[in-house]
Design a protein around this ligand. Sequence first.
Ligand code: IPE
Ligand code: IPE
Ligand code: MG
Length: 250
Amino acid sequence: MSSSLKDKIDKRNLPWHIAIIMDGNGRWAEQHGKIRTFGHSQGVEAVRDTAKACAELGIRYLTLYAFSTENWIRPKFEIDALMTLLVDTISAETQTFLNNNIRLLTIGDTLGLPETCRKSLNECMEKTKKLDGMKLVLALNYSSKWELTEAARKIAAQVESGKLKSSDIDEKKVAENLNTAAIPDPELLIRTSGEFRISNFMLWQIAYTELYFTPVLWPDFRRDDVYKAILDFQKRERRFGGIKAIKQHE
Ligand code: IPE
Ligand code: IPE
Ligand code: MG
């Protein structure tokens, strides 16, 4: 099954950057008669399989939305479990990153994360910084409105200090001041768990991204689901405001 789906993928038309809103851990746990945090732990296997599948295919960037600025309103017990899981997973998976030539990056307000999380993230980013394979971007304490507000603040400071004229502010300048300044926009955005919303994720960057929604709950998501999403993406006609390309008759 797995190899046949993978074989159908056109290697010349791969998305350069795939972003995923990993959702449905709580519902998965509920369906299995477990507490919500069990669903989060099970989600780690989905991350591992997805990252390996994308790296193997030659995807250049994989961004995973792991914790939003809104997720702080969850019960303390769940937040603590998520933060502990993050520390443990990053430490345990650093070898997987090294073996698969994956470089770790983050976006989001990581200064707002507990010290233990920042430490394990920094260690892993340092150890993988020279790797030139896929970049795994974890969106942590991230929200798009926060990111855009920060960008506005940074740009305003440049204008205030006289380094920049307001008439020189263009789309490039805004993009340069986002957390994703060094990361191309995703071509494909996947959301699991059957929800049809964006939940404050990469609002600027997904202006022309192809959206793919699947009912699969995140802990059940595996490489075949990645392949299905890419195959669906490859059937789309991306127009960017233009018109359908007319086939020439011979
Ligand atoms: C996604 O799963 C993980 C995070 C948002 C941290 P959820 O915890 O949102 O699971 P559901 O949506 O309640 O099922
Ligand atoms: C989005 O999932 C955030 C992450 C996946 C980290 P949520 O579960 O927080 O989104 P809503 O609340 O259903 O919109
Ligand atoms: Mg959710």
